[in-house]
Design a protein around this ligand. Sequence first.
Ligand code: NAG
Ligand code: NAG
Ligand code: NAG
Ligand code: NAG
Ligand code: NAG
Ligand code: NAG
Ligand code: NAG
Ligand code: NAG
Length: 510
Amino acid sequence: MFRHSIAAVTLWLASPATASYAFYVGKNLTSDGSVLVGGTGEEVSSHWLQLFPAKDHPPNATISVGVTEAASFPGELIQIPQANHTFRYLSMEYSDYEGFPAPLTNGGLNEKGVTVRDVWADNRQELLDMTPNPQHGLQYSDLARIVMERATTARHGVEIIGDLIAKYGESTYGGNSHLIADKNEGWVVWEMAGGAKIWAAQRLGPNDIKVLYPGYIEDFPTNFTGHPDFMGSSNIVSFAIEQGWWNETSGKPFNIFNVYGPQDPRYKARDGGYKFMSQAALEDATREMVPVTEEKLIQRVRDHRIADDEAGYGQVVSLRADIDPDMLRIWIAPTGSVSAPFVPWWLGVQSIPPEFGEHRYLTTGASSSFLNPDYELQEASIFAGRVFKRVLYYMCSDPNKYMPTVTEMLTSFESQSRDQVSGWVEKAAQALIDAGDRNATQNLLTYYSHSRASAALELGHTLNSALDGYIKLTGQWRSPIGNQINDSGEGNETVNCLVGYDPDQPKDRQ
Ligand SMILES: *[C@@H]1O[C@H](CO)[C@@H](O)[C@H](O)[C@H]1NC(C)=O
Ligand SMILES: *[C@@H]1O[C@H](CO)[C@@H](O)[C@H](O)[C@H]1NC(C)=O
Ligand SMILES: *[C@@H]1O[C@H](CO)[C@@H](O)[C@H](O)[C@H]1NC(C)=O
Ligand SMILES: *[C@@H]1O[C@H](CO)[C@@H](O)[C@H](O)[C@H]1NC(C)=O
Ligand SMILES: *[C@@H]1O[C@H](CO)[C@@H](O)[C@H](O)[C@H]1NC(C)=O
Ligand SMILES: *[C@@H]1O[C@H](CO)[C@@H](O)[C@H](O)[C@H]1NC(C)=O
Ligand SMILES: *[C@@H]1O[C@H](CO)[C@@H](O)[C@H](O)[C@H]1NC(C)=O
Ligand SMILES: *[C@@H]1O[C@H](CO)[C@@H](O)[C@H](O)[C@H]1NC(C)=O
């Protein structure tokens, strides 16, 4: 199932050490008419699941946004007004990216059925060089979080981002994009580095499949005022003309990637040359799966050519009309889904088990400070992220041997969850809603998600015990040869389940 005859791409260009990817599948291409969104965040940091209840805020409440002098492109935090009400949402949080202030998010799902994913999208060097020092304005995580807190539709999310950038600016790490979706459509928003408040957005419709890896937008109308499928900053065209990057007389279409993307001939809008699959190859592989289901999108997100040690979690959500907010469901794997099972969480869930909450493993500052006693029991609990990282490291030590079995166990676990979810959990929850018992609905959903999370953890322990025992008993244990526990930095191979650089060849351990 994993084998597609796509040539291995081994170019690593000026890519950030971490990246992320997002999938969008339009509602005419899915089996039940849902919009489907999946992806991951690629950050070294630990990731943990967090619930954010809806909240009212006092009239003059503010929030702190932006980056500090510790960021790769230094800046200063600013205060901006908080909304008077923020929506309930679920997010995988993390603590560390390019010196940005914790906690951070790439997005998640809110009670209005709006989902957000954040994906890097490099800009041309001139824009990076133009970025003011210090820079001011909202960074990618602020924007993702505010969209979840305030957006009632995907389009609304884009408008919110546009308004906030116009008012306060954007703090960059070199260019970034967001995928925002609701039950009808998706939008790609590309926020440009350079401090000139430039952004562009393109609508994704019912017949579109889009993979951001990195984010991209191609042909764009120069007059998009009132256009249903495009939005952008008012200077998106004029700035390009001023810089001499594009003009009307050149006869070339106004193409956002060509004008604002990296000016490297090896790097094309739909083929960034990152890792082993281009956006185009991933889009084609997804299109081959039409009609797409959650199960199939999970298979895409889990693909070992893109899901590796860098993938901080896996996320798949389907959005359709007429869902009670409590019944909005998102499937989340607690670390890279190549080695971790997806567990269903609903917005009606009232708490997260401690095992899936924040722990110190790979969390910023952990190695230079003792534990805050307030967290002693939290830290005493097992950390799901660590459990499934262990599965990854055992499994990828000999992927030909272990991966098929582990994958089959993960997918069998998920099939069982899916059968239960559609067989009785959601029917029972809906019946309780219809009977007017909101509290029992939420208790049921909480109970099921916790039970499934606990069973997932047991599966992780079982896999680790079996792999550890097998590897040691059969003489496969290898101690490290070097003395450097970290990878050697940007651009180097991380732990993955690829077999050499070509997924079809035996793994080259040189
Ligand atoms: C849905 O897709 C089919 C082809 O797969 C196409 O014929 C049809 O027009 C599409 N419907 C809409 C509403 O776009
Ligand atoms: C909110 O700010 C306004 C203007 O800055 C001020 O007049 C008002 O007293 C503040 N209200 C509260 C509740 O702090
Ligand atoms: C909160 O904001 C909404 C939308 O902007 C507005 O309709 C409402 O009156 C505000 N409520 C308060 C208490 O300020
Ligand atoms: C640009 O768009 C506006 C609003 O849709 C429209 O009124 C105008 O005619 C368009 N201009 C051109 C040159 O197409
Ligand atoms: C317009 O663009 C073309 C090709 O990109 C370039 O050769 C030409 O000098 C530009 N014209 C102006 C007026 O900038
Ligand atoms: C809701 O359920 C919780 C947990 O069972 C219970 O403690 C609480 O009393 C219930 N609240 C109401 C209003 O029924
Ligand atoms: C590993 O990375 C951290 C953070 O960059 C650094 O402080 C530490 O010195 C590195 N350790 C090794 C062994 O390279
Ligand atoms: C990858 O790591 C090796 C040492 O293990 C180093 O020689 C090489 O320069 C690194 N490559 C990149 C692109 O950082």
